[in-house]
Design a protein around this ligand. Sequence first.
Ligand code: FBP
Length: 251
Amino acid sequence: MTDLSKITKDGKAFYLAYDQGMEHGPADFDSDNVDPQKIIGIAASGYFTGVIFQKGIAEKYYTNTEFAQKVPLILKLNGKTNLVQNMDPYSPQICSVDEAIQIGASAVGYTIYVGSNYESKMFEEFSQIEQEAHAKNLPLIGWMYIKGSGASGRDLGELSAYAARLGLEMGADIIKIKYPENEQELKWAVEAAGKTKVVVSGGIRETEEIFLNEVKSCMNSGCSGMAVGRNIWQSDNPLAIAEKIHNIIWS
Ligand code: FBP
């Protein structure tokens, strides 16, 4: 089993996600949170067990800086924009495991679009990464996102459990999934993931009350934590909401 101690605390996890600049463009940002340096400041607050970047930001704002000592880096190895509207998304690998290690990553991440016609291409890249990362005892986090013509019209609860199981079958140490329709479906997905830990992604910004209830529901469902971006760094007080999420995860 891969050693997850660098990116978890007491078996639980809380990651600050900041790869949206590639996935959604600067539309998600304002003049404050567009600056990666500001995000690093939040990430280094002590509430997080990791920060998620693509390689460009990591190289310029993290590697060989004081922050590298304060919060572990999870380097995303693939990505895409939202400009190409494809029913069947493919997110190509843009960074290798070796580069990630040089950049100072404590773990790597890769998105598989479960149900896409390009699934097999992403499987090939993921399994190559899995071999390379695990040979170096580097944890692998699978973003298991349901999107594509193969998923269309299917039951979301069933697909969430399928995506979670796929993460286990593919060798992911941790999977990041979206909250399905209800707590019961999430519990089933967590069961399906077996010994692979499950964290839930934050999604678009909600009111604090709604979002914190979702975090509670995730923890009630047996998840190991959260990977949140917009609900934190789009907040008027990122550190205050980060503290509340942290306290729910480790309550
Ligand atoms: P958020 O908490 O902001 O949703 O971030 C989590 C995340 O998984 C990011 O890592 C990723 O960029 C984004 O969501 C993808 O969101 P979507 O699938 O809606 O494009």
